[in-house]
Design a protein around this ligand. Structure first.
Ligand SMILES: Nc1ncnc2c1ncn2[C@@H]1O[C@H](COP(=O)(O)OP(=O)(O)O)[C@@H](O)[C@H]1O
Ligand SMILES: [Mg+2]
Length: 275
């Protein structure tokens, strides 16, 4: 991922360039994360590759470290040791300005959609372009080209006819599609979807996951999606990484995995131990 910050006024160096390994967009190696010096390791030696065009499912029980792993890619989790690379950017080495530029290029989708409910669907999608603009634009002066693009994206996610409705009037599945259109409005180099279907019924979960996967395939944008429902991961991903207690327990091509090979990710006895 090349960081396209506004040109630095002085001769500030660009973010730490890393050797371009193969074509993996994301390369995480031996990542360890602890949130405080004396706190336990939340991630303990995790590796992760995500290639362009690929949707990778992150599977694991609550507390296994899924969100932390995603946050490491945008500098929201402390990288205690190991490397986190997105494109040619070494996330651990970024300064605040570079981090902002990186975040502008990562589309994020959350369980609770995070829309502004009283604003129109169209305006919510347009806010995706604010990552690349100054705060001046917050007053609502979007250019015609941006509006056209936002409408195209709403068509792309199947809800173009809802553009002028208040976001809060939409169903959960529709709101999540608005959130995906908003993420696409950023022209993201990577999409992180943290439990995007945890609040949706099974039918809408399928619609949303199929949409994310088609975006990965058709736009070539790598997608990392965390899920805690095993059948959804098996149906909607190219690869699965199963985490438990911050460690990678299972990793492989989805076509080569099944419920029994992934069972250790959800060791029932283990969850009972946690009380
Ligand atoms: N900001 C934070 N500060 C301290 N501990 C955290 C923080 N975020 C997460 N944790 C801890 O890290 C562990 C993994 O959490 P998380 O990454 O949210 O897992 P998951 O998304 O799989 O539920 C949990 O024990 C959680 O309490
Ligand atoms: Mg989480």
């Amino acid at each position: 991922m090349s960081v396209v910050a506004n040109p630095a006024p002085t001769g500030t160096a660009s973010p730490v360039a890393a050797p371009r390994d193969e074509d993996a967009h994301v390369r995480i190696r031996d990542l360890r994360v602890r949130y405080a010096p004396d706190a336990p390791l939340v991630l303990d030696g995790v590796d992760l590759d995500i290639h362009r065009g690929e949707m990778v499912a992150l599977l694991g029980a609550s507390g296994s470290g899924k969100s932390t792993l995603m946050k490491s890619l945008t500098g929201f989790a402390p990288i205690t040791s190991g490397t986190v690379r997105a494109g040619d950017v070494d996330v651990a080495g970024l300064r605040p300005r570079e981090l902002r530029a990186l975040r502008a290029q990562v589309g994020q989708v959350f369980q609770q959609f995070n829309l502004i409910g009283r604003l129109s669907v169209l305006t919510n999608v347009l806010t995706g372009s604010l990552h690349h603009a100054g705060p001046v634009n917050l007053l609502g002066t979007f250019r015609a080209g941006e509006r056209r693009r936002a409408l195209e994206l709403l068509d792309r996610v199947g809800i173009g006819h809802k553009a002028n409705e208040e976001a809060r009037s939409l169903s959960g599945g529709q709101q999540q599609r608005v959130a995906i259109a908003r993420a696409l409005m950023q022209n993201p180099r990577l999409i992180l979807a943290d439990e995007p279907v945890a609040s949706l019924d099974p039918k809408m979960s399928r619609v949303v996951l199929q949409l994310l996967r088609s975006i990965a395939r058709e736009e070539g944008i790598p997608v990392l999606v965390s899920l805690h429902v095993l059948p959804l991961a098996l149906e909607h991903s190219d690869r699965i990484v199963g985490l438990r207690h911050g460690r990678t327990l299972v990793e492989g091509r989805t076509a080569e995995l099944d419920a029994s090979s992934l069972a250790p990710v959800y060791d029932i006895e283990d969850e009972e131990d946690e009380g």
